[in-house]
Design a protein around this ligand. Structure first.
Ligand SMILES: NC(=O)c1ccc[n+]([C@@H]2O[C@H](COP(=O)([O-])OP(=O)(O)OC[C@H]3O[C@@H](n4cnc5c(N)ncnc54)[C@H](OP(=O)(O)O)[C@@H]3O)[C@@H](O)[C@H]2O)c1
Length: 225
């Protein structure tokens, strides 16, 4: 049985990813900042809930210890935040900028780096992270979301670098684009989460080494850089 580890799996896209992989017979490790409150996640079949605050190195270290070398076939670095999306340039704060860079950019890299031995020990060896159309500089004809966009663009750069660095070791590092999805992050506007996740799950299951470094949408199309 293959194992998927999903960060931020207590709600939104992460919870639906856990639900669809678990229902399909995968072994699911879902992380949550408050595992005791992650009742929907804990109630899924074949699913273990582990604590993780992605911006805390000690928390990542505790996760690695708890996994004790267990193979992770697919990492989905999904946990992310959006703050003050409609802030005008004069309203963009250094604190918001840095918080987004930390959670959406740095944390996925730190998590993947810490779990590299687990990924290497698996059969599939896939590391994915949740990007966004908002990450694209080429497709940006819509002047909003300064800090969120910059954080996902940083994630793309870091993940692309991982893809190049780890390719020779057989690890496929690919970025995912969920589309605009109806979750708490979007005020529940957009695609039903089931639709986005069904598409991304199909993408993930079809990944192989040449897909490393791509940004692939839930509909299978590439996001321009
Ligand atoms: N929804 C969209 O339209 C959309 C579009 C493009 C990309 N994305 C990306 O998809 C991912 C999931 O988004 P979503 O819509 O499902 O958002 P969401 O409903 O707001 O859920 C975010 C998840 O991330 C977790 N999280 C946030 N900060 C964390 C931290 N520091 N440590 C651990 N967990 C943390 C949250 O945990 P708590 O419950 O503890 O806060 C929650 O489980 C994000 O990376 C987002 O940027 C979403």
């Amino acid at each position: 049985m293959s194992t998927v580890l999903i960060s931020g799996a207590n709600r939104g896209i992460g919870l639906e990813l856990a639900r669809q992989f678990a229902t399909d017979g995968w072994n699911v490790i879902g992380t949550a900042r408050e595992p005791g409150a992650a009742l929907g996640l804990a109630g899924l079949p074949n699913t273990r809930v582990l604590p993780l605050e992605v911006t805390d190195a000690a928390s990542i270290g505790a996760l690695v210890t708890a996994l004790d070398g267990e193979p992770i076939d697919v990492l989905i670095a999904n946990a992310g935040i959006a703050i003050n999306l409609n802030a005008k340039p004069i309203e963009v704060t250094r604190d918001d900028f840095l918080a987004l860079q930390e959670t959406n950019g740095f944390a996925p890299l730190a998590l993947a780096a810490a779990l590299k031995p687990n990924i290497l020990a698996s059969e599939r060896k896939i590391a994915t992270a949740m990007s966004s159309l908002m990450s694209s500089i080429a497709a940006n004809d819509w002047g909003t979301q300064y800090t969120y966009r910059a954080s996902k663009t940083a994630l793309n750069a870091l993940w692309r670098q991982l893809a190049e660095a780890w390719r020779t070791e057989g690890i496929t590092c690919t970025l995912l684009r969920p589309g605009l999805v109806a979750t708490e992050m979007t005020g529940f506007n957009g695609l039903p989460v089931e639709v986005s996740v069904r598409g991304m799950k199909a993408v993930i299951e079809g990944l192989s080494l040449p897909d490393g470094g791509r940004i692939i949408g839930y509909d299978g199309t590439d996001v321009p850089w």
